[in-house]
Ligand binder design. Structure first.
Ligand code: DAK
Length: 256
């Protein structure tokens, strides 16, 4: 399934979105954002999906928002572009299953922001990360100022955003920006293996964990803990939890 600038494929229970505008290092222009929105709209047609991978074709994950397009925008267009991008990234974040960014090459600016809206980030050894917007007299416009400090801590986030420094995969791993680093040729394989691990867990349990972890952004600790008890109890209404615990006791793999 292709739309301009991207491809979606489904491998068993795993969706894979590949950004395909390699001649511009997959820079996000309005067309690419529209295609991402269409891709998000089409995902519910595949209820079998339990994890999603997003990656880029060629030598970049995504080298940022399209600077050529941005340079022609006035304030009103910039606001619309930013809001549309923010809504799209938020929909990624809110997908009911985990989303893995498989980061090959450059993940700069808006590309790094899209990776931040994913749940897990795996980088190839040739990946390069950065938030170079300030070097263009801009600032991150897809909620990167909000997500980056939550993921790497305030100091690391301010450091990256105010120096416009590009860091490599090992530095990104040290900061907690990525969870795993792999050889470029193994990136998809390692990402698929991680996705497969997720698909083997209880579907509703994984959903509940993601929902609760996301709520940690906006809820205070006490409210979140109370809600966690309710969501936890809710899992006991489903056969999945019964089967998972029974399988452990009977020393076998769960059947779900
Ligand atoms: N936009 C447009 N084209 C890009 C691009 C980008 N971000 N990145 C690369 N390209 C294009 C290049 O212009 C070149 O096109 P041609 O010249 O061949 O037509 C082609 O991709 C190959 O790139 P290079 O020839 O430059 O490749 P190199 O290997 O030499 O260098 C590089 C790779 C990644 C170091 C370099 O391309 C580079 O510095 N790219 C720009 C990276 C960057 O600064 N990214 C951050 C963009 S700013 C907002 C909304 C969003 C944002 C901000 C505000 N609001 C509306 C408020 C987000 C901003 C950003 O993401």
């Amino acid at each position: 399934m292709d739309s301009p600038g991207l491809k979606i494929e489904i491998r068993e229970q795993i969706g894979i979105i590949t950004m395909k505008r390699p001649q511009a290092l997959n820079a996000l222009n309005s067309e690419a954002i529209n295609s991402l929105q269409l891709a998000l709209k089409s995902l519910p047609k595949f209820p079998e999906i339990l994890a999603l991978i997003i990656t880029g074709e060629g030598k970049a994950f995504i080298a940022g928002a399209d600077i050529k397009e941005l340079s022609e925008m006035g304030p009103a267009q910039a606001f619309n572009f930013s809001s549309k991008g923010q809504q799209t990234f938020e929909r990624f974040e809110k997908l009911p299953y985990p989303v893995i960014a498989a980061i090959n090459g450059y993940a700069l600016g808006g590309g790094c922001e899209l990776a931040l809206a994913c749940d897990i980030r795996i980088a190839s050894t040739d990946a390069k990360f950065g938030m170079p917007e300030t070097s263009l007299g801009l600032m991150p416009g897809f909620a990167g100022t909000q997500r980056l400090p939550r993921i790497v801590g305030y100091g690391n986030a301010i450091y990256l955003m105010t120096t416009a420094k590009t860091i490599n995969a090992i530095e990104a791993l040290r900061m907690g920006l990525v969870q795993e680093v792999t050889e470029p040729g193994d990136l998809l394989k390692v990402s698929l293996e991680m996705a497969q691990k997720i698909t083997k867990q209880g579907k509703y349990a994984v959903r509940a964990v993601k929902e609760m972890a996301l709520r940690s952004y906006s809820y205070d600790f006490k409210n979140s803990s109370e809600l966690e008890s309710e969501v936890f109890a809710g899992l006991f209404h489903r056969p999945e939890a019964d089967e998972g615990m029974k399988a452990f006791i009977e020393k076998r793999k769960p059947k779900w």
